[in-house]
Ligand binder design. Structure first.
Ligand code: ATP
Length: 363
């Protein structure tokens, strides 16, 4: 099916605009070359620099642009020196997750043969799993309004039936989709701490109920501490993992570490009607303005966006362009000739991104 798709673009702070510009350029060229879809882009101002200039970190107009778009592309937001009066950081991306109900934080972790990783992978082993992080509640429930008294402080962890049931359905559907595409083994693991906290026993019960609806998939449980150990000792055994917000926050950085750094880790925050695609890393103010930021996580996030738009709208061209873009980034990484400094190379942002574009054009 041919389709026109409007993309809301949050350029963000720090290195955000530097990695967004070449990503949009690649997407524009792919869209121009395809008779089967047409992407248009609308900027939605928001973030720490916008707050410093205007006193508003997330204008209503930008929320409206996001809400009415077919998909949302976001780079990185927040600057350590620009904060609200109560000292908390500016993070419109978290407001977006809550306001648009983006309960499923999808964090793919892939290390292919030849790609550098801090682990010594046994011969023939590759890492290819997806961590699904609940992204609207859990221990982030009281974010910004935790109770701080003179001698104690409190935050509340919230697990709801409504969000958990949607989360588990999404996770099992994802595992099924991966299995059909020959990417996964059809295993889903619930990562929790059900031996200590009743809230996680509740979480696990709802996972088990959803598992019963998917007899073709294998479902099991793992405690979060053991999962951290296994992600280092035998990460090739995982397929799809699902967990609470804070556990997922921590494990996704461990996943990024397996991939050789934050500069290679893409993500998506997906709800029933909207989705935001953004790299896992922050705005990296220490290297902003130098043209040396790694654009690969941003480009891989854009590839996830194409695949999501394609499956949601029955558009095979978008799905295949999503994997073409992912393959192009992986080819540039494994060739090793156009790596940015964080990956041990010398290429700048523009050069690294234009190598990806060349790969896409020849693929
Ligand atoms: P946040 O809390 O907003 O997620 P953070 O404090 O975890 O941010 P980042 O901004 O992600 O930090 O940066 C952490 C380190 O990784 C910094 O040294 C930064 O320069 C580096 N880094 C992050 N993203 C990239 C990138 N795309 N290219 C190169 N280096 C990066």
């Amino acid at each position: 099916m041919t389709g026109k798709f409007e993309i809301a673009v949050f350029q963000g702070d720090g290195i955000g605009p530097e990695i967004m510009a070449p990503t949009i350029e690649i997407l524009r060229q792919m869209s121009d070359a395809s008779p089967d879809y047409d992407l248009t882009f609308t900027n939605a101002p928001a973030g720490a620099a916008h707050y410093a200039q205007t006193g508003d970190s997330f204008p209503d107009m930008s929320m409206e642009i996001a809400r009415s778009a077919d998909a949302i592309l976001l780079s990185a937001m927040g600057l350590p020196d620009v904060r609200y009066e109560d000292g908390t950081e500016i993070s419109p991306q978290i407001d977006l997750r809550k306001k648009l109900g983006l309960f499923a934080g999808v964090r793919p972790v892939r290390v292919q043969a030849g790609q550098s990783t801090p682990l010594a992978l046994p011969p023939g082993k590759e890492i290819d799993f997806v961590l699904v992080r609940e992204s609207t509640e859990g221990l982030f429930h009281t974010q910004g309004c935790g109770e701080v008294l003179e001698n104690e402080a409190r935050e509340t962890l919230l697990i709801t039936r409504d969000v958990s049931e949607k989360l588990f359905k999404f996770t099992f559907d994802l595992a099924e989709e991966r299995r059909k595409q020959g990417k996964g083994k059809g295993h889903v693991t619930c990562v929790d701490k059900a031996n200590v906290f009743r809230a996680f026993a509740f979480f696990r019960d709802m996972f088990d109920a959803e598992a019963k609806q998917h007899p073709q998939l294998e479902a099991n449980h793992a405690y979060v501490d053991a999962t951290a150990l296994w992600m280092v000792q035998k990460p090739w055994e995982f397929d799809v993992l699902v967990t609470e917000n804070m556990f997922g926050d921590i494990l996704s950085d461990l996943g990024a570490g397996l991939m050789g750094g934050l500069g290679l880790a893409p993500s998506a925050d997906i709800g029933l009607n909207h989705a935001v695609f953004q790299p896992c890393h922050g705005s990296a103010p220490d290297i902003a303005g130098q043209g040396i930021a790694n654009p690969f996580a941003m480009i891989l996030s854009a590839a996830m966006m194409l695949e999501w738009l394609g499956s949601r709208n029955d558009n095979d061209a978008l799905i295949s362009d999503g994997s073409r873009l992912q393959n192009a980034v992986e080819k540039v990484i494994s060739d090793g000739n156009s790596l940015t400094r964080d990956l041990g190379g010398e290429a700048g942002t523009e050069a690294a991104a234009s190598s990806v574009l060349q790969e896409v054009l020849v693929a």
